[in-house]
Design a protein around this ligand. Structure first.
Ligand SMILES: C[S@@+](CC[C@H](N)C(=O)[O-])C[C@H]1O[C@@H](n2cnc3c(N)ncnc32)[C@H](O)[C@@H]1O
Ligand code: SF4
Length: 383
């Protein structure tokens, strides 16, 4: 499956119309109009500065994430893609994804995004139940979301949508029915996230006050198993913990992260990983949009973190990200990065416990049964 390493560009659009009560992404609500032209200049400046550090790369994927990138005007998206193309070569078959909220207003912009060069959209449908969408603080109805999916289908060859499960009071039977309905609307890719209660969100406060009861570990496990079984039967197996695709339809941009390839992080609160002179740098930018703008206008970039990773940090990250994938990791690649082999005794113990296995390609992977306890397996291997 693995060909030459990818190089991704992640572009963060940090604004939303309202803040969903479960979300801790870097997203902000502004009541005044956003000066998109000013943002375009800043994005272009940060792209130029980043490209000067890693020149000559061929971009295999671009991802507009957020926040809500579908609030951007198509001309803004086109200008950012233009800037990327001026400083790097964009591969002819590059995957260019834009995250969209499924409202009718946003769907009207899809054609413009396509003309700008976007060739894949990822829609935040979240639930196929109006009452649940309300509880999640969403601004769209089920019908609006399905209409947006239909518009996406008519314009883009590739689209995906997200659902959140393990929601308060959800049973495996209800979820199973909802998921089957979703699969009927899906083409090649679905992201299915278990609801996580993030600190400092309204859902966290509600849960702490005993007013929000989310599934316990056992029910969470049942919901996860239901998800795997239904998706597998439908030809959409998990290729990553929360991501399902028909073989060959995986999100290439996300594979860049999980396979440990390089990516540039552009925009407020964007993370990047760049190999420069044999060292891998972890980068992150200022999260607050207006502060990021001012930094970029003053110095050409919004970096607040720019650190060379140690060998051990790199190796840990390689395991943590790579073992999320059903394809697993190449132990030889681990040895190159870490300067040592994975501990054979630990692997043998985990293998006898049924937690890891070797694929026909010689990769090490976490077994299906142990995916729900992935973090513990990785911690054991990395120790
Ligand atoms: C950054 S959001 C962007 C998508 C877009 N703004 C939207 O909400 O439709 C990416 C996805 O993360 C998921 N997500 C965000 N917060 C989550 C949480 N606390 N638990 C589970 N999934 C979450 C949602 O499915 C969401 O579509
Ligand atoms: S889930 Fe999406 S729309 Fe809601 S606040 Fe987060 S980024 Fe914005």
């Amino acid at each position: 499956m693995k060909s030459k390493p990818g190089f991704g560009v992640y572009v963060h659009w940090p604004f939303c119309l309202s803040k969903c009560p479960y979300c801790d992404f870097n997203s902000h609500v502004r009541h005044a109009a956003i000066d998109e032209a000013r943002f375009v200049r800043a994005f272009a400046a940060e792209i130029a500065t980043t490209a000067a550090r890693v020149p000559g790369r061929e971009v295999s994927s671009i991802f507009f994430g957020g926040g809500t990138p579908s609030l951007m005007q198509p001309t803004t998206v086109a200008a950012i893609l233009d800037a990327i193309g001026q400083h790097w070569t964009i591969a002819p078959d590059a995957e260019v994804t834009l995250e969209a909220n499924p409202t009718s207003v946003e769907a009207t912009r899809f054609r413009g995004y396509r003309a700008a060069g976007v060739n894949r959209v990822s829609l935040g449908v979240q639930a196929l139940d109006d009452a649940k969408l309300k509880e999640l603080g969403r601004l769209h109805t089920v019908q609006e979301a399905l209409d947006a999916v239909a518009v996406a289908r008519s314009i883009f060859d590739r689209y995906s949508f997200d659902l959140i499960y393990a929601r308060p009071n959800q049973t495996p039977e209800q979820w199973g029915e909802e998921l089957k309905r979703a699969i009927a609307e899906a083409a090649e890719h679905l992201s299915l996230y278990q609801l996580t209660i993030e600190p400092e969100t309204p859902f966290f406060a509600l849960q702490s006050a005993g007013k929000l009861k989310i599934p316990d570990d056992d029910l969470g496990r049942d919901l996860y198993d239901t998800t795997q079984e239904i998706c597998r039967k439908a030809g959409l197996p998990a290729y990553e913990v929360s991501n399902h695709a028909r073989p060959g339809a995986e999100c290439r941009h996300n594979l860049v992260y999980w396979r440990g390839d390089d990516y540039a992080g552009i925009g407020p609160g964007a993370h990047g990983r760049l190999e420069i002179d044999g060292r891998r740098y972890a980068t992150a930018t200022e999260k607050r949009p207006e502060s990021w703008l001012m930094r970029v206008e003053a110095s050409g970039h919004g970096l607040t973190v720019d650190e060379a990773l140690t060998r051990e940090e790199r190796a840990d990250e390689f395991l943590l990200m790579g073992l999320r994938l059903a394809e697993g990791i190449d132990p030889k690649r681990f040895a190159e990065i870490a300067g040592r082999q994975l501990n054979p005794k630990r692997i043998a113990d985990l293998r006898s416990e049924g937690a890891v296995e070797t694929t026909p390609a010689g990769h090490l992977r976490v077994t299906q049964a142990c995916f729900p306890v992935l973090d513990a397996v990785v911690a054991d291997l990395a120790a």
